[in-house]
Each structure stands twice: as structure tokens, then as C-alpha cells.
Ligand binder design. Structure first.
Ligand SMILES: [Zn+2]
Length: 104
């Protein structure tokens, strides 16, 4: 597990986001108090950490990941965002992000 300070702070902020959001973090629909999502599908589409990162960087996750991945190594990106390489792999898959290698 990642134990750097940024990650720790991030996770605390994620908890805060979950506690105080009054709208579904994925679709923006009404939610019950303390429920950050309206349904399981919304939770799976945009997990808490992803919602937090989007909010923090004010950028849609796909665009953000593309920017990071085109400028840094995958391990750096995962570490920087405070997610595991496995999570990064799933997020890329979910967003339809593919690495293209071209020989010239
Ligand atoms: Zn929703």
C-alpha cells in the first residue's frame, strides 16, 4: 500500500467528500444523507477516489488520466494519484484508454 503523505491526506478528503455530499457523486441525482451515491451502478461507474480526484483537479477523469499518462510512467501516475497500479489498470480499461506504440 501507498503510505505517502499526499495519499493519506487524499483518503481523508475522500471520506469527507463521501460524508458531506448531498448529490450522487456520479450522476448528480438526489441522495439520502451520508449516502454519496444513488445506486450501486453509480458507485461502480465513478468510485469515491475517482470522484475525489476529478473534483480536486477540476478535470474529467479521462482527460486527466490521458494528460498524466502521456507525460509520466504508469507507476508514477498511480503513485501520484494515490491509487494502486491495479486500480489504474481498471480505470484505464473503464475509460477506454489504450496505449498506442508506433514504429517509424
Ligand atoms: Zn447516481
Amino acid at each position: 500500500m501507498n503510505t505517502n503523505a499526499a495519499t493519506y491526506y487524499g483518503d481523508k478528503s475522500v471520506k469527507k467528500l463521501l460524508l458531506y455530499s448531498t448529490r450522487c457523486l456520479n450522476c448528480g441525482g438526489d441522495v439520502e444523507t451520508d449516502q454519496a451515491y444513488c445506486c450501486k451502478a453509480c458507485y461502480e461507474t465513478k468510485p469515491p477516489k475517482m470522484a475525489w480526484i476529478e473534483k480536486e483537479y477540476k478535470t474529467p477523469i479521462r482527460e486527466l488520466l490521458l494528460n498524466f499518462l502521456n507525460n509520466h510512467s504508469e507507476s508514477f501516475v498511480a503513485d501520484y494519484l494515490g491509487i494502486t497500479p491495479w486500480t489504474l489498470y481498471h480505470w484505464k480499461k473503464k475509460q477506454g484508454i489504450k496505449k498506442v506504440v508506433r514504429y517509424e
